[in-house]
Design a protein around this ligand. Structure first.
Ligand code: 16G
Length: 239
């Protein structure tokens, strides 16, 4: 199975074989891979070599380890196009997943100057600020901190935010038009790791979206933290 004469290091050969077995569906998402002992025996390699291969697959997000339990096959990442202005609810439903939210911290506040500036608010104009943990099939995917100008959504309630924000907006006959986004990588903060149910340290993708209505007014500023092990972002580009 392994080619000891090959210039390709053994741990990479093992990594490639495990990768092929995972993508061929030999192990289902959530299923344990064979134990370290079984794998070292079947490949005829040392523990160190095997661990190097497995660690690479863990770092690539194909496998995850649980302390004291073993190593498991991760669910395939959600492939999220970055070209369309869609909502979390629409994105998850389009993939046959069931979206849900946990609303954590709903309040009406005087925004910080950076938030007021991005939303083009005058001094004294308030915002609704809330945090939502967004789930797909009951698994946490992202945390969003949203700021909405109160003057655009005067009657907004906590109850309404159990569903889709974009549906609420469109039900008010407002037209969502375009947005600009910034994305950067970070290591998750401790409090967010607990909400996202990921270990420390874990990478996350932070996106800030500023979205506009058809009349050109900014209507939301959203700072999101996405699990890097659950998302792959995709864009089509032309020359
Ligand atoms: C997405 C948007 C977020 C928007 C939300 C509405 C990004 C980075 N963020 O998560 O800006 O507020 O969808 O979702 O894509 P909802 O209609 O399901 O509440």
């Amino acid at each position: 199975m392994l080619d000891k004469q090959s210039p390709i290091p053994i741990y990479i050969q093992i990594e490639e074989q495990l990768r092929a077995r995972i993508s061929a569906g030999e192990f289902e998402a959530g299923a344990a891979i064979p134990s370290e002992r079984e794998l070292t025996e079947s490949f005829g390699v040392s523990r160190m070599t095997l661990r190097q291969a497995v660690t690479n697959l863990v770092n690539d997000g194909l496998l995850y380890r649980e302390k004291g339990r073993g190593t498991f096959v991760a669910s395939p990442k959600v492939e999220q196009p970055l070209n369309g202005l869609t909502s979390f609810t629409e994105d998850m439903k389009a993939r046959g997943m069931v979206p849900s939210n946990q609303l954590i911290d709903f309040k009406e506040i005087d925004p910080e100057p950076d938030v007021a500036g991005e939303l083009g608010l005058q001094s004294g104009e308030k915002v609704f600020s809330f945090k939502r943990i967004r789930y797909a099939d009951d698994k946490p995917m992202a945390i969003e901190r949203t700021f909405l100008p109160v003057k655009l959504f005067p009657g907004l309630t906590e109850e309404a935010l159990k569903g889709s924000l974009y549906s609420i907006i469109e039900e008010q006959q407002l037209r969502i038009s375009h947005a600009s986004q910034r994305m950067e990588a970070a290591l998750v903060k401790k409090e967010d790791a607990e909400l996202l149910k990921i270990g420390m340290p874990s990478p996350v993708l932070c996106i800030e979206r500023l979205s506009y209505l058809g009349n050109g007014s900014p209507f939301e500023l959203v700072r999101s933290i996405y699990r890097a092990d659950r998302y792959k972002f995709i864009t089509d580009i032309k020359r």
